[in-house]
Design a protein around this ligand. Sequence first.
Ligand code: SF4
Length: 455
Amino acid sequence: MINSVRQSLPKWPEIIWISSKRKDLPKILGINPWVYDFAAYNFWARPVGLISCLMKFKEIGCDVALLDCMIRMWRDVPWTQDRRYGLSAYPRTEIPKPYILKEVPRNFARYGLLFEAVKGALERMEEPDYVFLSTVMTYWYPGLVTMIQLLRKIFKRTKIVVGGIYPTLCEKHAENLLEADLIIKGPLEKKDNWDKLMKFMGLSYKMPDFRLSFCFYPYTSYAVIMGSRGCPFNCEYCASRRLFPGFYQRPLDIIWEEFYLEYERGIRDFAFYDDALLFNVEKWFVGFLERVIKNNVEVRFHCPNGLHIRYLDKEICKLMKRAGFKTIRLGLETANFQSRRDRKLTKEQWDIGVKNLLDAGFDKQDIGVYILFGLPYQTDDEIVDTIEFVKSYGFRPHLAYYTPIPGSKLYEQAKEVSNYPIDEDPICQNNAIWPCYPGGFSWEKRSYFRQLIHS
Ligand code: SF4
C-alpha cells in the first residue's frame, strides 16, 4: 500500500545535491544498491559506511549526493506504508532465483525502489565524476552487479568505486566479478585505503574524521547513532575484527552534536549501531544519556544490535529507561552456558542483567532476546532449550539466523558442514537458506520453531 505523500520529498527524478560550489573538485554520487534476497526487513537500516565516506568528501568541498535504493527517495514513487518507530517494509519485486539456489523452497526478490524509477533518475541526471557504491551483506552482491551494469550503460566517463563488507570479506570474488574502477577492501579510515583513494582521484587531502549525518536524505523517519567503531570482543561466529580492526569510542560532544542536529530536523526515532554499546560506558554513553534527560529530549531509542547483558548494571538500566529506550535486544545467543562459542556471558550475569532491566521499569514485552540458529554442529535441542529458557523469563525469543562469515573462526566448520559451496559463491552465505542447518531451509521446520516461540 502506498503511503500518504511526504511533502518534504522531492518529485521523481530529482536527486538532492549538497553543493559547495567548488568547481575544481569532483562531483560524487553515493549509491546504496537494491537488496536481492529471499527476505529483507528494515530494522533501522542505513548505509553508515557510505554516508560517512560521503561526509568526508563533503568536508573536503566536493559536491555530494546519495541515491539510496532502500529508502523512499521520491514522493511520487511507490513505497510501503509506515509502521511503528519510523520503520516500513521494503517494496518487493519478485525475480527468478539464482540458479545455484534453485532448490531453495522460497521466492527470491529485489527489495527497494522500483528498478525503472532508479534507472530513469540516473538517465536524467548530470553525469557525476565518481559513483561510490557500498555493500552490506556478502550475499547481496547481485544488487551491486546489477547497479554497476546499469551505471556502465548510462554513464560513459564516470569512475566507479566499490567498498563495504562484500569486497572486504570476499576479495577475490569481488575482484573477479565487479567491473569497478577501484575496489576498496576494509574501512576507509585505514590510512592505506584513504591514500589509495586519494591517488586514484588525483587528490591529496588529509583524511577528515569519521562523521555521521543524514543531511543527504530530504526525509528520513529515523536516524542512526554510532558512538564507537569496531568491537573489543572476538566471537567465533563474527568477523567484526576483520571489518574494523581495533575498537575506538568517539568524543561525546561530536556524537551529541550529530544526534541533536537530527532531533532538530524532527527525527524522533534513533537506533544505536554500536557493536559494543555498553562497553566502557563512561567514555560517552552515560554522558549522552544524561544530556538527553537533562535537556528533556523526548525521543525513542532502539538497539537493533544485541546488547551485552553482562554490562547491564542498575545505573545504566535506569538511565536507559529514563532517556527513552523502547526497543531492547539482548545478545543471549544460547542458553547452553557451559559450551558457548563466545565469552560474552555467564548464567549469573544473565540473571543480574535481566533483573536490572526489569527493576528499572522495562516491560517484558519491550525485551527481545537473540538466539543464534543454524550454527555448524548445533542441535535442534539446543535451540529448543534456549527458546524455552527465554520464554521462562517472559521475554520474546528472536531467532538470529546464522550467516557464515569469511574470516570468522567458525567459517572453517561452516564450510565443512554446509551443502552449499559457501566459499566459492558468497550468494550461498545467505542466512535465509539456512546454509549450515542440516537439510537447509524448510517451511516445516520454520513453522515448528515459530510455533514454539509463539505458543
Ligand atoms: S558478535 Fe557482537 S560482541 Fe561478538 S565480536 Fe561480533 S560484534 Fe563483537
